[in-house]
Design a protein around this ligand. Structure first.
Ligand code: HEC
Length: 432
């Protein structure tokens, strides 16, 4: 499926790197010339999407598409040499990477690093491959310091050490090209641009923030499996893994992918999906969220449909990708009955696992006229520092300017669920 159509459409006129889209994720080309900025050119009509009626299936299709090895024409929005090799890097480092690892870094050190300069789609090998753990959002990080993982003296408890939740898990976030180009063209990579958008939207001079069809972001959790270069690391065979320099950069370490979040704009409010490695020690905590009618409908054996999809997309028997489980998908904050829906990942939402709703929490990505972001977590009770996820329907009063009696105005502008926009900074000069 992900490989069905390959670069078959002539794009000469629009100076653009996007190729034809296959799979659910990419149907737009972005005109990358300065003059053409902001024009999203539609390449093909999207086939009727099953995202609304069969989100688990579409989630797995996206999974097989973004986890293709980053080489040749495998990755829809990347232009790669056909053997995956790039000067200067040993083969084993480049060829092991998958498409999303080459996307733009959504953390504070990536797309938002320089508020004075338009972000660019990464082209240097170093930029693309370096694992730069996103500076964990402070609120989440604080919520994470729970009595379970720290003893009274603030020292990681033995259970924390076994799983190494604090020290041995790192998180990175990445965005595909349609996402980056929208942020760039709408001028949302710094706070000045976001605050300006609020003013213009309130003045009805601009459309609300709405990423284009095909925009996709991932958040990945990695866990250290072994010290050393991997030769004696049995554990790695069960994981999609990578080598990384130790913190003091004195040696190599083997890190395995343990958690993967995907949000993809194949639906107006995105399709939300999360995977975990089947051996994650706390996966039992997400039992009540588990729902996968496509891949593992009957317990632990992969369905015929998943076998077929994996076969078609090149994930062979014995590939470590068989060890990842779709915990579930979310396409609405509530069921048709009004009952809240929940979804979370035992690693990435560990501090809020019992109340987690991807969509509701992410709706709270909003900025006000002073460039302040709406707090994301909810306190579980007054005086309790541990956070909780908002869930169920968002409340319009979170966003509206209630002092405005004449017209509908935002006090907090919703940023279309894209948390990474909260990494934006003021331009240097006047403001800060
Ligand atoms: C309690 C709030 C909360 C919940 C619940 C939550 N997220 Fe997030 N998410 C965040 C925050 C804050 C960030 C940015 C900081 C970070 O990366 O830790 C983020 C980052 C992300 C990113 C990286 C892209 C970006 O723009 O930052 C993705 C993708 C993502 N989340 C998907 C999901 C999915 C899928 C779920 C549900 C399975 C989910 N999130 C549940 C708060 C939440």
């Amino acid at each position: 499926m992900a490989r069905a159509i390959r670069g078959g459409i002539g794009l000469a006129g629009i100076g653009c790197l996007f190729l034809a889209a296959a799979g659910p994720a990419l149907y737009y080309a972005v005109d990358t010339s300065r003059r053409g900025c902001c024009k999203l050119k539609k390449l093909t009509d999207a086939p009727p999407s099953e995202a609304a009626t069969n989100p688990d299936k579409v989630a797995w299709e996206i999974f097989t598409q973004i986890n293709q090895r980053a080489e040749g024409a495998n990755c829809l929005d990347l232009d790669l040499p056909s053997d995956g090799r790039t000067a200067g890097l040993p083969v084993n480092q480049t060829s092991r990477e998958v498409c999303w690892q080459r996307w733009a870094d959504a953390g504070a050190q990536g797309v938002y690093a320089d508020p004075d300069r338009e972000p660019e789609w990464p082209t240097s090998q170093r930029e693309m491959t370096e694992l730069r753990p996103s500076k964990e959002n402070l609120e989440l990080a604080r919520a994470r310091v729970s009595p379970i993982s720290l003893d009274s003296a603030g020292v990681p408890s033995p259970s924390g050490e076994i799983f190494g939740l604090e020290a041995d898990v790192e998180v990175e976030s990445r965005m595909n090209r349609a996402t980056l180009d929208y942020i760039r063209c709408q001028g949302l990579w710094n706070k000045d641009g976001q605050v300006a958008a609020l003013g213009e939207i309130n003045a009805r001079r601009r459309e609300e923030i709405q990423f284009p069809y095909g925009a996709t972001e991932v958040k990945a959790g990695w866990r250290k499996l072994c010290d050393g270069d991997g030769r004696n690391c049995q554990a790695k065979e069960a994981y999609y893994w990578r080598l990384q320099r130790s913190q003091d950069s004195s040696r190599q370490e083997v890190w395995g992918l343990v958690a993967l979040h995907v949000m993809s704009k194949v639906l107006p409010n995105w399709l939300w999906a999360t995977w975990e490695h089947k051996d994650n020690p706390e996966i039992y905590k997400v039992r009540r969220y588990r729902h996968d009618v496509f891949g593992y409908a009957n317990g632990d054996g992969p369905s015929m449909s998943l076998r077929e999809l994996f076969g078609k997309t090149g994930f062979g028997v014995g590939s470590a990708w068989w060890n990842y489980r779709l915990i579930g998908t979310q396409v609405n904050t509530v069921r048709s009955t009004g009952e809240a829906t929940y979804l979370g990942n035992s690693i990435l939402e560990q501090p809020v696992i019992d109340s987690s709703s991807c969509m509701t929490c992410h709706t709270r990505v909003a900025v006000n006229g002073k460039g302040v972001y709406l707090p994301i977590n909810r306190r579980s009770s007054p005086g309790n520092s541990a956070g909780e996820s908002y869930n169920g329907s968002p409340d319009p009063l979170w966003f509206l300017d209630q002092s405005s009696t004449t017209s509908f105005r935002f006090a907090w502008l919703p940023l279309d669920y894209v948390t990474s926009l909260r990494n934006a900074k003021w331009k240097s000069g006047a403001r800060n």
